[in-house]
Write a protein that binds this ligand. Structure first.
Ligand code: MEV
Length: 460
């Protein structure tokens, strides 16, 4: 029997055709689902077309909250930073950290290096020395034959920085590599690098094939692939904050003395350096901030994440990306992270909200954006570790969780107020909040509520 869930020629169907096929084959109430999916289409069909064309087989849009992080002071400039993230508490936490550091000198950032990397991987049955001797000619040839691709980038101060031959034949038979480094100025540069690499691969193959002095076997060179590397340890930015330890006091709910807070914070960071389980969660907290800005500015968050995690494991063990130190009465906290991002080209120019994000940030250069993103990651990390070593994170999360449940139960403003007071010192669960709201709704105005409920009642 023909399986209706297998479709041929799907990509050729119109958008409405795709949607119809989908709802008719995968949902119990096709009309209702079709209406719902269409309700997320952009009102303006021209704008919707832009979104449809970013990807393939698009049938609707998937919305994410777009929030802002105000008061982020970086190198004496104050930014309002756009953040796209679905997790509650993240933007609130970063905002609290930004406000905290605003009066303590703000964040300091610097771009350490901006090199990007690309590779031509190839098979060749010969001695490394032979290729090495040909490298000056190969380099010259690659520069010449890619000049039509690199012309604009060179005008902007970028282009190919270096070309190096790597002999990896001890690890994989006949495996060599051209490792190329690039400066891509304000663009992320993925398309530019990949075009240069593919052209370089063609030139290399042709050149080796034309070397009459080589034995026939050595004139054969097989290109395996040519592609950029998302590992860019030399596209690196540092963000830091520091203040006298005594200035750390009196800000956390737990009323913890500043000295104790600083020591616990430093210890928490040391734990994240030595324990991979903790390091992963610690870095996830950093990426809560980083990804949110990367997405809001139309950059590639998968590339940034992949690179960040590889960098975190650069000495063979996965470790935290940030560090803390308490020395001579000063608390220092910093983050080194590779960030290959762009502010021109790609989605940055196409996505209407990415354009607005960059406008909000004052049309930053790629280097400025690296610094804004790193500072946001550090702010996020500071807020998370601060909560962890003082009150614990559940306190803040529980309030958000409570609000989500109250929204789900369509609580009125008055009900929300009463619930916030009642649950201020109690564990929040869906059933306890639902029971509380039911009690509120069934108790006549002015009468006392038969409280406490649920967990407390079950104990007796
Ligand atoms: C939650 O999204 C992020 C944290 O777990 C980060 C951390 O533990 O450092 C709070």
């Amino acid at each position: 029997m023909k399986n209706p869930k297998i479709v041929s020629g799907f990509s050729k169907k119109s958008k409405r055709g795709k949607l119809r096929w989908l709802v008719e084959n995968f949902f119990k109430h096709p009309e209702e689902v079709a209406r719902e999916l269409k309700s997320f289409w952009y009102g303006d069909p021209q704008k919707q077309k832009i979104f449809d064309e970013f990807s393939e087989n698009t049938i609707t849009n998937f919305y994410m909250p777009y929030g802002v992080l105000p008061n982020l002071k970086i190198n004496d400039e104050v930014y309002c930073v756009p953040m796209v993230i679905e997790e509650s508490s993240v933007v609130a936490a970063a905002s609290a950290a930004a406000k905290f550091w605003l009066n303590r000198g703000g964040f300091k950032t610097e771009v350490l290096t901006t090199k990007k990397v690309g590779q031509v991987h190839f098979d060749w049955k010969g001695k490394r020395k032979t290729l090495e001797a040909l490298m000056p000619k190969i380099k010259q040839l690659i520069h010449t034959e890619t000049s039509h691709i690199t012309a604009n980038m060179r005008k902007r101060g970028g282009g190919i920085l270096d070309i190096e031959l790597l002999d990896m034949s001890d690890l994989e038979p006949n495996y060599f590599q051209l490792q190329m480094t690039f400066e891509t100025c304000d663009s992320m540069g993925a398309n530019f690098i990949n075009s240069v690499l593919e052209e370089s691969a063609r030139s290399l193959k042709q050149f080796i094939g034309s070397q009459e002095q080589l034995p026939a076997e050595e004139r054969e060179l097989t290109i395996i692939m040519a592609i950029l590397s998302n590992y860019t340890p030399e596209c690196l930015v540092r963000a830091s904050v520091e203040c006298p330890i005594e200035e750390l006091g009196n800000f956390c709910d737990g009323d913890m003395p500043a000295e104790e807070f600083a020591r616990k914070f430093e210890k928490a960071l040391n734990i994240a350096r030595i324990d991979t389980y903790r390091a992963t969660t610690h870095n996830k907290g950093i990426f809560n901030g980083i990804d949110a800005v990367v997405i809001a500015t139309g950059n590639d968050f998968r590339a940034v994440e992949a690179c960040g995690h590889a960098y975190a494991a650069r000495d063979g063990k996965y470790r935290s990306l940030s560090f803390a130190e308490c020395k001579d009465g000063i608390f220092k906290f910093w983050l080194d992270i590779p960030l290959a991002v762009g502010t021109v080209g790609g989605l940055t120019a196409l996505h209407p909200m990415a354009k607005r994000s960059l406008e909000m940030l004052g049309q930053p250069s790629a280097e400025e954006l690296m610094q804004i993103i790193a500072a946001t990651g550090l702010a996020q990390n500071f807020a998370a570790v601060r909560s962890l070593v003082t009150t614990g994170i559940q306190k803040g999360h529980m309030k958000m969780h409570l609000m989500n449940i109250l929204n789900h139960l369509e609580a009125t403003e008055k009900e929300v107020k009463e619930a916030l007071v009642y649950f201020a010192d109690k564990l929040v669960s869906f059933s306890s909040v639902r029971e509380f709201i039911q009690l509120l709704r069934s108790t006549p105005e002015g009468m006392p509520l038969p409280l406490p409920i649920m967990i407390e009642r079950k104990k007796s």
